[in-house]
Unconditional design. Sequence first.
Length: 367
Amino acid sequence: MRRLGRLAVAGGFALLFAAGVVAFNVGSDALPASALNRPVPADAIPLAVLGDSNSHSYQDSLAFKPGSEGRGGAFRARTFNWIEIIARLRGKELDPGPWGVWGHSGVIASAREALGASGDRAPRKEDYRYNFANSGAGCANLMAGRFQQAPRLLALMDTEADRWKRGVVVIRMGLNDWAGQLDVIAQDPAAPGVRDVTARCTRAIRETVALIHATHPETKVLVVGIVNEADDPGYVDRFGTARESANIDKALNDFNGSLRALAESSNNTAYFDDAAWVVARWGRRDAEGRPDYKTVAIGTTLQVANTAGDDPRNALVADHHAGLVWNALWAQSLVARLNNAFGLPLTPISDQQVADFVLPLAQQPPR
């Protein structure tokens, strides 16, 4: 029995050693030197993102395999998320980091950190280096869990502390948490679970802002509010009464009001009203809860409706994430908000530049 015990202990140490080897080596390939040493203008403003699928790059071939239906399906090669559009239209002024495959699974990242190594980013994905957003993330993933986006971004920022004095972090998180309560919200906007979501997300985002500013007080932070999930075309036949619409508006205003107050009470922090942005561009339901949406024109040839489908004439792609035009207009507004809130010297993205970017892509056939 003693020999079996010694064997068991030895086996345990072997497993721990093997786990350590795995933790340090599996998926540990760094970005190539050509990416890390790419030419970047000296005055480019580093741009980081914490968030969910609304900010996860669509051209990530690990998360969205070639030929798969996600993020545009047959149109995916020319369907871009907002940060991908920023990189293409203002990449010399806003730097989201080099593009490439980087990071680890959440389990591997946590194991590396337990052994004293860097967790880098989780999950492993093909994206811009400063983009820590991942599909499916919720407010709890900002500070804790397998992904803990903020602490891992901070570790990266600490390696270029002087540069991040002029940097910007966009926090666009909370829709997954809030939308998961939509059926409850429509009946009772003050239900305990609804209030808990608002409190939890506000607390997580407040802790994230505090964490960043504890060591990078000059870094600008933009807190983005959430949109009304009931305006998704997938819900066009639901929530169609005045009472339900009023309840949803109440809960949405409570959630976003909490984030706005947080931003306004924090130094070097501002708020982006995403719900108001959607209403201004895409419309909303009327006072009776009936759909009353707008069609957006790009140039003279492209009309985009608040519908879902992979063709660029739809506001959303078929998997109900923002489409090409939505993201181009959002990137345009983001640049404007950064200039307005923080006095940044970014070149505005004009309507003509949006059209020049979008129209050639919209005219290409699917692949």
